[in-house]
Design a protein. Structure first.
Length: 94
């Protein structure tokens, strides 16, 4: 009986934890520009657009690019990215 109870608790915990990963939709990002730009910045600086959230943020950004606040935020992200690239040390290949 204890084994069944323990098994149930473990399975319930695993099921609850697997649902914790929040995947935000493209529509949600389109309605929340600040969060979209923050997620896009995080993904572009990490060089990783594999996670669904990163793909959704990028899709929303491209759909909303014509809006002034998104265009300004996107320009700022690109400026910051250029600064970060300039500050990276160049590898000595000799």
């Amino acid at each position: 009986m204890k084994l069944k109870t323990l098994t149930f608790i473990v399975l319930a915990s695993v099921a609850a934890l697997t649902g914790c990963k929040d995947k935000t939709s493209v529509d949600w990002y389109m309605a929340h520009h600040d969060d979209m730009l923050a997620k896009y910045r995080e993904c572009i600086f990490n060089h990783n657009f594999v996670p669904t959230d990163c793909q959704n943020a990028r899709s929303a950004l491209h759909r909303e690019k014509a809006k002034p606040d998104v265009a300004e935020g996107y320009k700022q992200i690109l400026k910051d990215l250029d600064k970060a690239r300039v500050q990276e040390p160049i590898a000595d290949l000799n």
